[in-house]
Every structure is written in C-alpha cells, then in structure tokens.
Design a protein around this ligand. Structure first.
Ligand code: GDP
Ligand code: MG
Length: 302
C-alpha cells in the first residue's frame, strides 16, 4: 500500500463565505474567481494542490441556494452530487456571524452524506470577530453538524491557519496514488478559469447595471509562438439594452473589461495573452437549456 495520500475535497458554503478566497490561498495563485458579490463561481472547479506526500483536489461547488430558475436547479444538482462523491467535505461558514438559514439548509443536506465521509467545519473570517463571539458562533455551528465533526478557525484572506487546515485535510485523506500529473492541471483548467476571470472582470466593471444575466464562453484558445496565447470569448447578455451597456460608448466599456480580464489571465497563466471579446444577446439564457448546454452547464434530468 502506498504512503501517498490523495483525494477530492468538496468546499461547500453559502455564497460570499470565502470559498474562492480559501482555494486561492491554498493554491497560492489565482484559480477560482473571487468577487465581492455572491455567485461568481458557477461551475464546479478543481483546484489541485500537489505536495511530496499528498495531492488535494478541491471541488469549488457553487453556493447552495433555492432554485429560482433552471440555472439555480443546475447549481443545486451540482452541489448535491459533489457531496457523496468526495473524500472529505469542507463546510465553510462565517465565523463573524451566527448561522443563518443558508447554513442551516446546507447542514441539513449534510445529514444525507455517508458517515464515512469526514466533515471539517471551517470557520472563516476569524479576523472579523473577537474570541468571545468566535466561541459562541463555533458552538452554534457545531450544533448543526454531526458530533464527531472536526472544526478549525481560519482567515483565508490573511492566510491565517490555512496551513493548519491543509494539515488536517491531508491527515483525513485516504492512502492513494496521485490522480493528476502536475503538468495536466494547468492545461485542463486554464480555459475554464479564463472564462470565469472574464465574467468576474465584467461584473466588477459593470457594477449593478447588468446583474447576473451575463455569461461567458471561450471560443478560441490557441498557443501561438513566442509564448503568446490567443483567446477569443463571447459575453452573453439577456437584452439588447444590456449589450449597449457592456460595449459602452465607442466600445470603451468592453475595452476596459478586456484589459482587466487579460491582466488576470496573464497573471494566472504566467504568459502573454491576446484577448478578443464579443457581445451577443441570447434572450433569457438562464432559462434556455440549449444555451446553458452550449455554455458548458450540464443539465441533468431528475
Ligand atoms: P465565495 O462566494 O464563497 O467564493 O466567496 P469569495 O471567496 O468570493 O469571498 C467573498 C468576500 O469575502 C470577498 O470580498 C473576500 O475578500 C472576503 N473574504 C474571504 N475570506 C475572508 C477572510 O478570511 N476575512 C475577511 N475579512 N474577508 C474575507
Ligand atoms: Mg466563489
């Protein structure tokens, strides 16, 4: 039997609790999109930490919330499936507040998870709370999960106790050879990550003018000579009026979005990127299954 440990870790928690920030802190580079608004992360994403003794494969599940439209249903399916197919569940909660109804709903989903899958209750944002309240909040969260659940307090944003959390996770992983080569990791996910980074840049630049009705599809992703990558992507909006806003006067807004996204993608990949963006109206794309499919969202019929 191998000494090596490896496995899948589902990171679950309500929107804005710091899932992407935590994964970025653990991996030490920008992989998941981080945003001050909830729901930037829409797809399942893997972030993979490969060490000499272990490989930790993180599944950054979208926030679990009430389905309001087809996209919401998809998000819930993804989150639900992620839970029973992993080796560890990292339940991320907000240390600075008491549990709210989102936490309670997620905790109730955890009741259906096999007792063989360990849960690590992780209180994030401990920098925002004093010791007394931290203790009270910890007790309130512990009351929502199984008795034997391990807990740890961290500050993902400030790298506080992140190494300690990683050590706890490694100790809980099964003995198993690594799932992925180190090389494979970037190739597989760069394209997907790039589309999240473009969407994030658009949301940040547009503020509240085009709320979540925006999606991104990467159409081309080609490595050219001299270390340059050529990328073309389409931004989908729901209405003609939104198209105008995204493009802006004389194309100014789209240019700003492109510049911001390109910088992030270059930072992630460590090479120069030429990024071309287009905008397309796709009416009501969030409720349109064929559009969701084309954008890479897998819809599974119950
Ligand atoms: P997600 O929706 O769960 O992926 O949350 P994000 O990672 O996008 O984080 C949401 C917000 O919380 C961002 O503004 C982060 O900077 C912030 N945040 C994340 N972790 C911490 C933390 O440890 N302390 C503080 N003060 N803020 C945090
Ligand atoms: Mg996120």
């Amino acid at each position: 039997m191998t000494d090596y440990r490896s496995g899948f870790i589902a990171v679950i928690g309500k929107p804005n609790v710091g899932k992407s920030t935590l994964i970025n802190a653990i991996l030490g580079q920008k992989i998941a999109a981080v945003s001050p608004r909830p729901q930037t992360t829409r797809r399942r994403q893997l972030g993979i930490l490969t060490r000499d003794e272990a490989q930790l494969i993180f599944v950054d599940t979208p926030g679990i919330h009430q389905p309001r439209h087809k996209l919401g249903e998809y998000l819930n399916q993804e989150a639900g499936q992620a839970l029973n197919a992993v080796d560890i569940i990292l339940f991320l909660v907000d240390a600075s507040a008491e549990p709210n109804e989102d936490d309670i709903r997620i905790a109730s989903l955890l009741k259906n998870v096999s007792p063989r899958i360990p849960i690590v209750l992780t209180l994030n944002k401990m920098d925002l709370v004093d010791a007394g309240d931290l203790k009270l909040h910890l007790e309130a969260y512990q009351a929502l999960v199984r008795k034997e659940t391990k807990s740890v307090s961290i500050s993902a944003l400030h790298f506080g106790y992140v190494n300690e959390l990683v050590a706890i996770l490694i100790a809980l992983l099964p003995h198993r050879p690594p799932e992925y080569d180190e090389e494979q990791i970037t190739d597989l996910y760069e394209r997907e990550i790039a589309s999240d980074l473009i969407r994030e840049a658009a949301l940040l630049k547009l503020r509240d003018e085009v709320p979540h009705g925006i999606a991104v599809r990467v159409d081309e992703f080609k490595e050219r000579g001299n270390g340059m990558t050529y990328m073309a992507a389409t931004l989908f909006v729901e209405r003609e009026s939104q198209k105008g806003i995204v493009i802006g006067e004389g194309g100014k807004m789209l240019k700003q979005i492109g510049t911001a996204a390109r910088k992030q993608i270059e930072e992630m990949g460590g090479h120069k990127v030429f990024l071309e963006l287009r905008v397309k109206v796709e009416k009501d794309w969030r409720n349109n299954e064929s559009v969701l499919k084309r954008l890479g969202y897998k819809i599974k019929k119950p």
